[in-house]
Design a binder for this molecule. Structure first.
Ligand SMILES: [Zn+2]
Length: 299
C-alpha cells in the first residue's frame, strides 16, 4: 500500500516535470559531438546535409512540425543554397497564439578543417535537446526552434556578407505580419564554451535579459551571465529590425583574449574550436536557464 502510493507520487511528479527539468544536458553534449563528427558543415557540404537530416529526424520524433525557409543567396562566392529549418511545437488553432523563438546557426565557417564545436555545433545541439524536452512539455505559447543557415560570412563579415539565413527569415516574418505575434527571440551562439561567460549584449532587449537574469538567479547560475558588456552583430539583428524583442545569448570570450588573438578569443574562427573546449556543464547552465526563462514568460 505504501509502495503503491509512492509510485503514484512518482508518476505525478514525472508528468509535472517542467520544460527546463525535461532538458537533458547530456543529450545536448552528445548532439554536439555528433554534429562535430559530421566534419565541416558549410552550405553544400556533406556535413551540412547530415546535420539537416539530423534536425529533421529529431524534430519529427519529438512531435514537432518541420517547416523550411529555403532560398538562393547571392554571395561573394556566387549563388549559395541556404536552408533555414524551423521546428514548431505546441501550436494551437488560435491564429493569435503567441510565438517564442529559440534560434541558433547550424552552418560552419568556410574554412578547411574548421569543425566549429562551439561556433555552430553547440547552438545546433542545444536546440536539438530543446526539441527532446518539448516532446513532453506543454507551453501556452507556440515554441519555434529555428536553425539558421549561412550565419557565417562567405568571405569577410559585413552588411552584405553574413547573416544570410536570418535576414531572409526575419524579412519574411515582418512581411506576412507573423512578427507581431512573436513575444520574444533568443539567439544562442557559442554557449558551449567550457569557460562560460554570457555577455550582456548591448543591442539586445533589456527587459528580456532581465528575465534571463531572474531565471539564472533562481537556478544559482548568476555568475555565468551578464558579467561584462559587448555589442555584437549576430543573427538577432535582423529580428530586431523586424521589431521582434530579441536577445543574443552569446559567450563573446572564447579562450584567451588579447591583441594577438581574434576579438572574440583565441579559439574563435580557429581550427582549435574543438570538443576540448566545450563542456556539458555549460550546456546545462545555458539550456536550463533559457528554458526556465521561457517558462517565466509563458505565465
Ligand atoms: Zn562564427
Amino acid at each position: 500500500m505504501r509502495i503503491l502510493s509512492g509510485l503514484l507520487l512518482l508518476t505525478a511528479s514525472l508528468s509535472a516535470a517542467t520544460l527546463h527539468e525535461n532538458y537533458s544536458p547530456a543529450k545536448a553534449f552528445a548532439y554536439t559531438q555528433q554534429v562535430v563528427n559530421f566534419g565541416e558543415r558549410m552550405p553544400g557540404s556533406a556535413g551540412h546535409r547530415k546535420t539537416e537530416d539530423l534536425i529533421r529526424s529529431v524534430v519529427t520524433k519529438a512531435g514537432g512540425k518541420i517547416e523550411t525557409d529555403y532560398f538562393t543567396a547571392s554571395t561573394p562566392r556566387g549563388k549559395v543554397e541556404v536552408n533555414n529549418l524551423i521546428g514548431k511545437f505546441n501550436a494551437t488553432a488560435d491564429p493569435q497564439q503567441k510565438i517564442f523563438i529559440l534560434a541558433g546557426h547550424y552552418d560552419t565557417l568556410f574554412r578547411p578543417g574548421f569543425l566549429g564545436a562551439n561556433d555552430g555545433g553547440s547552438s545546433t545541439a542545444i536546440l536539438l535537446a530543446f526539441a527532446d524536452a518539448l516532446a513532453t512539455s506543454k507551453t501556452k505559447m507556440q515554441i519555434w526552434l529555428v536553425w539558421t543557415d549561412l550565419e557565417e560570412a562567405v568571405k569577410n563579415f559585413d552588411d552584405k556578407d553574413g547573416l544570410y539565413g536570418s535576414r531572409h527569415l526575419a524579412a519574411k516574418l515582418a512581411a506576412d505580419h507573423t512578427a507581431a505575434r512573436v513575444k520574444g527571440f533568443f539567439l544562442l551562439d557559442m554557449i558551449g564554451d567550457k569557460d562560460l561567460s554570457v555577455a550582456r549584449e548591448t543591442g539586445s532587449e533589456r527587459w528580456l535579459q532581465d528575465f534571463i537574469a531572474q531565471a539564472a538567479k533562481q537556478l544559482g547560475y548568476s555568475q555565468y551571465f551578464f558579467q561584462y558588456e559587448a555589442g555584437i552583430i549576430d543573427d538577432h539583428v535582423p529580428f530586431i529590425q523586424a521589431r521582434i524583442p530579441s536577445v543574443d545569448v552569446v559567450d563573446a570570450m572564447y579562450g584567451r583574449m588579447g591583441p594577438t588573438f581574434d576579438s572574440m578569443g583565441e579559439f574563435h574562427h580557429a581550427n582549435t574550436d574543438t570538443m576540448a573546449h566545450v563542456s556539458q556543464k555549460s550546456l546545462e547552465i545555458v539550456g536550463r536557464t533559457i528554458l526556465l526563462t521561457v517558462e517565466l514568460l509563458d505565465r
